[in-house]
Write a protein that binds this ligand. Structure first.
Ligand code: SAM
Length: 272
């Protein structure tokens, strides 16, 4: 196995020294972009490699293991390919070895949480952000997972994101990812129940599935600012009309499907 540690240029020597203290030599360093460095350490024993990566992550490093030979390397390279969203946005794991120097609006993700932009339910909401964010919006990212949607919103010009998830590990991953991308001043991540959140959001994105959308519909309606829009996903195309019913008096703006997944966009009428 290979332990890969993603770092900034100024951190490389410290990481190599730390790996040395842990008994591993890591002379190989790659630069997949101007600002990203990857430190590689080959470890013969798979269990030892995992243990090392876990220990480094506990110290705050962006460390993962990857196979060092055979067909699993091809699978790893495919899994870590940057994901492009048109010509304005791309998402990539920090430890990706693919060249990403020219990628537009790059968001890097570290370990933990759910969602790297690849899943159709996530993609459908990224598409909505790309088409509808014009700049300065206050955004609620319900079921933030890794924070990927909120971070995309900030990259596209949103002024502030409140990212909410049931799972503390998702909230921690979102905060780490916001910091990784220099967006921590604009992203607040919390496990607070939606009922305790105040404010009016111009944009709400919620890739949480039918049951959670239906259950939280009254809160979503309450939190949407006049003139704002709410996009939900994690539902199937036939579930759109049922979900739209629970979201009334918000009015349906659009439904979009990708295979067996769908996103529904509803809007809040502008109050007189
Ligand atoms: C499918 S993931 C979506 C992650 C990411 N937003 C994306 O689009 O890739 C769903 C996330 O919603 C969270 N979740 C599910 N029900 C929720 C609820 N009622 N309140 C807050 N978070 C919820 C889960 O813990 C999980 O992290």
């Amino acid at each position: 196995m290979i332990v890969v540690v993603a770092a900034r240029e100024g951190e490389v020597a410290g990481i190599q020294a730390r790996l040395g203290e842990l008994g591993v030599c890591a002379p190989r360093v790659e630069a997949p972009s101007a600002s990203r460095r990857l430190v590689f350490a080959t470890v013969d024993d798979d269990w030892e490699a995992e243990r090392l990566a876990v220990a480094l992550r506990a110290e705050g490093h962006l460390a993962v293991t990857r196979p060092d030979s055979g067909p699993r390397v091809d699978a790893w390279m495919r899994h870590t390919e940057p994901i492009m969203f048109g010509d304005r946005l791309s998402v990539c794991f920090a430890w990706s070895e693919h060249d990403r120097s020219g990628l537009p609006g790059l968001i890097e993700l570290g370990p933990g949480g759910f969602g790297n932009g690849e899943h159709p339910a996530t993609r459908l909401l990224v598409e909505q952000l790309l088409e509808r964010i014009s700049g300065g919006e206050r955004v609620l990212d319900l079921g933030c997972g890794s924070g990927v949607l909120g971070l995309c919103a900030v990259e596209l010009g949103a002024s502030r994101v409140v990212a909410v998830d049931l799972k503390p590990e998702a909230v921690a991953a979102t905060f780490r990812n916001a910091t990784l991308n220099g967006m921590d001043q604009r992203v607040e991540a919390t496990v607070a129940p939606l009922a305790t959140i105040d404010g009016a959001f111009d944009v709400i994105v919620a890739n949480v599935g039918r049951a959670a959308i239906v259950e939280l519909a009254p809160q979503l309606i309450r939190l949407l600012a006049p003139g704002g829009w709410l996009a939900v996903s994690g539902i199937s195309p036939p579930q759109c009309s049922l979900v739209a019913g629970f979201l009334r008096p918000l009015v349906e703006v659009e439904q979009r499907a990708s295979g067996e997944w769908a996103a529904l966009v509803v809007g809040a009428p502008i109050r007189e």
